[in-house]
Design a protein around this ligand. Structure first.
Ligand SMILES: Nc1nc2c(c(=O)[nH]1)N[C@H]1C(S)=C(S)[C@@H](COP(=O)(O)O)O[C@H]1N2
Ligand SMILES: [Mo]
Length: 330
């Protein structure tokens, strides 16, 4: 993260998260089954799927556990540790809606169970509404076929939804009239609130940003330099990023690199001169729905400290008089 220029994660550096290892799949033998509440159950080969009209789009992918270590105390030394379960690339595939139309969705079908062909047979329930919106069945990333670690030969991509729902090595889609409550949904991927109740199906990754340069573990020298980072929102486009060098007392609007794409990383930059005085650097993202990234205090006031997932609070980097940059809670 601290060495990333622009917004595209090189394929070999895409973050990896797998619950049962990376399966070795022969693409010719791979099948995608579509069944349940459909007019006509169908079985697709990869050859079938790549013949459909395709699209390419840039989207971020973030594990909802990104930042999970940071709720109670600043633990990660670097931005790779605090925010590294995040990548962004150009995905190519078939709109999921196209494939579902082929099978014919019955009117009572409201949820889809998506299942992977890994040892974990990872399964999640997805609302049909989202699937018909901008979901893709992807087979390529940044110009080449998916990496094995990213779900080769086929992955579900749900732009803006928590990473876990983006089922890799996708082999099955079952349509039903209610959530399926898979193992992932009953044992984790809910958010425990301060009063002991839990939020379920918190799919959307809300607006977030982080300064990647300078960031934790780096050493600053005095003089002019650029503050730079990335911002993203699962609800759409980033419209504004503000940067503070005094721990949130005052803010300046950063420049956004064009094109700003929806549900995609957006690079922001602000010229700065470090004069050697202690500083606390923060960034705050706003998206097109008007949602403002919360401070840590604001998020904890609503969510408490029982949560693991969905920590999208403002990150603080402290610059010490000697120029050392460190992760702090400000
Ligand atoms: N089949 C399958 N899909 C999966 C997973 C998995 O273990 N098995 N992990 C999920 C989780 S928790 C995340 S955050 C993303 C990570 O995608 P990546 O490894 O391509 O970064 O994939 C999701 N899809
Ligand atoms: Mo994840």
């Amino acid at each position: 993260m601290q060495d990333l220029s622009g917004i595209v994660t090189p394929n070999g550096l895409f973050f990896e998260r797998h619950h049962g290892g990376v399966p070795d799949i022969a693409p010719d033998a791979h099948r995608l089954a579509v069944h349940g509440l459909v007019e006509q159950p169908l079985l697709f080969t990869m050859d079938d799927l790549v013949r459909f009209p395709s699209v390419s789009r840039f989207h971020f992918l973030e594990c909802s556990g990104n930042g999970s270590t940071e709720w109670a105390a600043p633990r990660g030394k670097t931005v790779q540790f605090t925010h590294g379960l995040l990548s962004c690339c150009e995905w190519t595939g078939v709109p999921l809606a196209t494939v579902l139309e082929e099978a014919g969705i019955k009117p009572e079908a409201k949820w889809i169970l998506a299942e992977g062909a890994d040892a974990a047979a990872m399964t999640r329930s997805i609302p049909v509404k989202q699937a018909l919106d901008d979901a893709l069945l992807v087979y390529a990333q940044n110009g080449e076929r998916l990496r094995a670690e990213q779900g080769y030969p086929l992955r579900l991509l749900l732009p803006g939804f928590e990473g876990n729902t983006n089922i890799k090595w996708l082999r099955r889609l079952k349509l039903g009239d209610r959530p399926f409550y898979s193992r992932e949904e009953t044992s984790k991927y809910t958010d425990l609130l301060r009063d002991g109740r839990a939020r379920e199906f918190s799919f959307v990754m809300e607006a977030k940003s982080v300064i990647t340069s300078p960031s934790g573990g780096q050493q600053l020298s005095r003089g002019p330099r650029e503050i730079s980072g990335v911002a993203w929102s699962g609800r759409g486009r980033i419209t504004r990023v503000d940067v503070s060098t005094d721990g949130g007392k005052s803010w300046r609007e950063a420049g956004l690199q064009e094109p700003v794409m929806k549900k995609c990383l957006t690079r922001f930059r602000l010229p700065w001169r470090w004069d050697g005085a202690p500083a606390i650097l923060q960034s705050r993202a706003v998206d097109e729905t008007g949602y403002v990234q919360p401070s840590r205090q604001e998020l904890v006031a609503v969510r408490g400290l029982n949560s693991y997932y969905h920590n999208n609070s403002i990150q603080s980097w402290q610059v010490a008089p000697g120029g050392e940059v460190a992760n702090v809670h400000a």
